[in-house]
Design a protein around this ligand. Structure first.
Ligand SMILES: [Zn+2]
Length: 490
């Protein structure tokens, strides 16, 4: 039993520290103060509060619509996996063993077989696919699951690393290797699109090295984003599992020529970690800045009410109804607070647009729009718009804000992607967390281990080498086989 006095409580955040001083401290303060999460009364877990869940729902719907458009369906599998099943794919179980939580007792009975709380669901889904799959006519199987999983982590941080987290895991089975490989690239591209076009976080797509590969996969591909402190964040992965799981779990089918063949399977996942990237990449000293496509609230109306200004309240309510009818995600803040406090509160929560409406505005038939993506006093940050054109102008501004946040993030990524050819400089930049350090690389596990030991950086992902023979690995001097981004990572 944990000592109840040792349970962590969500710190009361009065003010957030400057983002540039200590990213980690800023990050946690924003997560609590913007009411995305609270610490749970159990170690290493968070409660996703309504505003945080709103963010998750935006990510979910962006992914889910794309999964369905590419022919996938949702299903749900159990949380618990019998130990004997988990043990069948040796590499997989070995990779996950240090992080698995076990159920050993049910009611008053000690279980004869331990049950794993899923760290991922390849195993239980594989067993079911084996049962469902008979003939080549049943292929491909294209299923996604929205679920929670559990990994027993030591150090935890909201969204980036928690014992229990929310994610989706796609699991597919195909008749041929090339079809499975195509699926893996298709879903990796879906992740890139959602990261860049929806979350406004630019990423690099590529293949993971051998030591960074998913346990039990032949090939793992990832999207990698760069955080403001120069650390990379893996934001989505897509795996070619070959026939490894098919052989371990008997996922077989009768082919057209009547021979019995093993299926080729894939899996791919994105978690609420992506929200951690959003927070770190876009936030500033005033709090969150949420890209409009991800914003649970796109615009908030703050009536500037003075005693006896019933007209303002009525006009604000009318505007609220108009904007809602126009399909905007809008909120009317009628709390009994001073406007200045409301401004600060919605800025902290990163709402893309604030709509101010006061008695003077009503007299001349305008509203004042304030953009969250601009600094205070920056040109174009505040503008008066004729009341009748509010909805149209808001749409236009939301598009601009989305594009502006992405452009800012891309400028950062590009200016912190450094191509180097000198070994000493490579190691220094890796140690200094200077960004994504881009080198021709040998791809050898021993080389990667040596770089990691010296600098704490590892390869994030790799891509084919440009033409031009006899290129050497910058890290060790062996022949280069790929280009790789190296960075320290979350
Ligand atoms: Zn090397």
């Amino acid at each position: 039993m944990p000592d109840p006095q040792e349970l962590e409580k969500t710190p009361l955040v009065k003010e957030i520290p400057p983002k540039g001083r200590d990213l980690s401290e800023w990050y946690q303060a924003v997560c609590y103060k913007a009411e995305l999460v609270s610490l749970a009364p159990v170690r290493g877990c968070v409660v996703l509060r309504p505003y945080g869940f709103g963010l998750w729902e935006r990510l979910q719907s962006a992914l889910d619509s794309r999964f369905k458009a590419t022919g996938h369906e949702n299903a749900y599998f159990p949380l618990l996996i019998p130990e004997s099943l988990l043990a069948r794919e040796a590499e997989h179980v070995e990779g996950f063993a240090p992080e698995v939580a076990w159920v050993t007792q049910g009611g008053n009975e000690t279980l004869t077989e331990r049950l794993a709380i899923r760290p991922t669901s390849e195993v239980v889904i594989g067993v079911m696919y084996a049962e469902w799959l008979q003939s080549y006519r049943d292929l491909p199987i294209l299923i996604n699951q929205w679920a929670n999983v559990m990994r027993w982590e030591k150090r935890t941080r909201p969204f980036l690393r928690t014992l229990e987290f929310l994610w989706q895991e796609g699991h597919t089975a195909h008749a041929t290797e090339s079809e499975a490989a195509q699926e893996v690239q298709q879903m990796l591209e879906v992740y890139r699109e959602v990261a860049e076009d929806v979350v406004a976080v630019p990423v690099y797509k590529g293949e993971k090295s051998e030591s960074e590969r998913f346990a039990g996969a032949n090939h793992t591909f990832s999207i990698e984003a760069l955080m403001p402190d120069g650390r990379a964040l893996q934001a989505g992965t897509s795996h070619e599992l070959g026939q490894n799981f098919a052989k371990a779990y008997e996922i077989k089918f009768a082919a057209e020529d009547q021979t019995i063949q093993y299926a080729w399977t894939t899996s791919w996942g994105m978690s609420w970690r992506m929200l951690g990237a959003l927070i770190m990449v876009h936030g500033d000293d005033r709090g969150l800045r949420i890209p409009p496509a991800m914003a649970p609230v796109e615009a908030v109306i703050v009536p500037i009410v003075r005693a006896g200004s019933d007209d303002v309240v009525a006009a604000a309510r009318e505007l609220f109804a108009t904007l809602k009818a126009a399909g905007l995600r809008v909120k009317l803040d009628e709390r009994d607070l001073r406007p200045g406090n409301k401004f600060a509160d919605w800025e902290m929560r990163g709402v893309p647009l604030r709509i101010e409406l006061g008695a003077k505005d009503i007299e001349v038939g305008v509203v004042t729009l304030v953009r969250r993506d601009k600094e205070k006093g920056e040109e174009g940050g505040k503008l008066a718009v004729p009341l009748a054109q509010t909805a149209a102008k808001i749409r236009e501004l939301l598009d601009e804000i989305q594009a502006n946040l992405f452009a800012q993030a891309r400028t950062f990524l590009e200016s912190h992607t450094l191509r180097v050819t000198d070994r000493a400089e490579f190691l220094r930049l890796c140690s200094d967390r200077a960004g994504m350090i881009d080198i021709p690389w040998c791809g050898l596990a021993s080389c990667e281990a040596a770089v990691k030991a010296e600098t704490s950086a590892s390869s994030r992902n790799t891509r084919p080498l440009e033409a031009g023979g006899n290129i050497r690995c910058v890290a060790c001097g062996e022949p280069a086989t790929v280009r790789a981004y190296f960075a320290q990572s979350y």
